[in-house]
Design a protein around this ligand. Structure first.
Ligand SMILES: [Zn+2]
Length: 287
């Protein structure tokens, strides 16, 4: 039985990086196989935290929208049966070329009252409280799906100009919809925030483990409550026009390890690792 003998000799660790070329504001997935325990590593100056997913160890991090284009070095130290193994790679970061848009919003939002400023400040506190979490285990084993099947009306990264000056940047993807249209969970996770906010209106935040959150703004109705565990495809709420909007739509956001990243870059990640055969030596502990 030569095959069996050969298999037990294959203990080398391997690293895979997704995508090969990234844009500032993209999610980046680093997958390490063939290790006996959690690897450590860095992408540029960002410390990677690896969590078990299927037969691999996976770190998902986000590039800042202000990330400089050029090569970003990847360094991973994996522990195999043979000892420590150093793995290296490189991520190419391209120019973002974000769109420039003129911003038109109601005076109420450019000139909020004292009460509204307090409401907005309270929203920020509520957001920060739930976003400041440890690297908990991944809650999913399938890729992320769209929360609704609809046209993208404003992509991630649009630069919003007010009188020609950069006022803000669009940190999500807007999806077309009418008030009352359903919005579904793009993956398994835990609902960590359900709140009526000043700017984002009816808001839901879902944590998917590993400091990866998805956000849903401007809901007209909620179908979940804080603490609920949701599965991929479960109804979260209804499209609306609450908060700082000009019409009904869904603002879909992803916050990843402290950065708002392009949701479309998260949807492109291959994360279906659960059915991959476990190689000898790869036995990540399930927490
Ligand atoms: Zn939006």
């Amino acid at each position: 039985m030569l095959t069996g003998a050969l298999l037990t000799l294959v203990l080398a660790a391997d690293v895979r990086l997704q995508p090969g070329v990234a844009r500032p504001g993209d999610a980046v997935l680093v997958e390490v196989t063939g290790t006996t325990e959690a690897p450590s590593g860095q992408l540029g100056s960002t410390e990677l935290v690896f969590l078990p997913l299927g037969a691999a160890w996976v770190a998902i991090t986000g590039l800042s929208v202000d990330q400089k284009p050029g090569p970003l070095p990847l360094e991973v130290v994996a522990k195999t049966g043979a000892g420590k193994e150093r793995l290296e790679g490189e991520l190419t970061v391209r120019k973002p070329d974000f769109r420039r848009r003129q911003l038109t919003v109601s005076k109420r939002f450019t000139n909020p009252s004292k009460k509204e400023r307090q409401w907005s400040a309270d929203d920020q506190v509520a957001f920060n409280q739930v976003l400041d979490r440890d690297f908990e285990p991944w809650t999913f084993t399938a890729p992320f799906a769209w929360p609704r099947n609809a046209e993208v009306t404003a992509p991630f990264g649009d630069l919003r100009l007010l009188n020609g000056k950069k006022q803000s940047q669009h940190f999500g993807t807007d999806l077309d919809g009418n008030t009352g249209d359903p919005v579904y969970a793009p993956n398994d996770g835990e609902v960590v925030l359900v709140r009526e906010c000043f700017a984002s209106g009816g808001t839901v935040l879902v944590h998917h483990g590993g400091r990866l959150f998805t956000a849903y703004f401007h809901f007209s109705a909620f179908s979940v409550k804080q603490g609920d565990h949701v599965t991929r495809g479960q109804l979260l709420g209804k499209v609306g026009k609450s908060g700082r909007v000009t019409g009904p739509h869904l603002h879909f956001g992803v916050k990843l390890d402290g950065h708002w990243v392009d949701p479309e870059s998260v949807l492109r990640l291959e994360v279906s690792l659960s059915d991959r055969p476990t190689s000898p030596g790869a036995s990540p502990k399930t927490p």
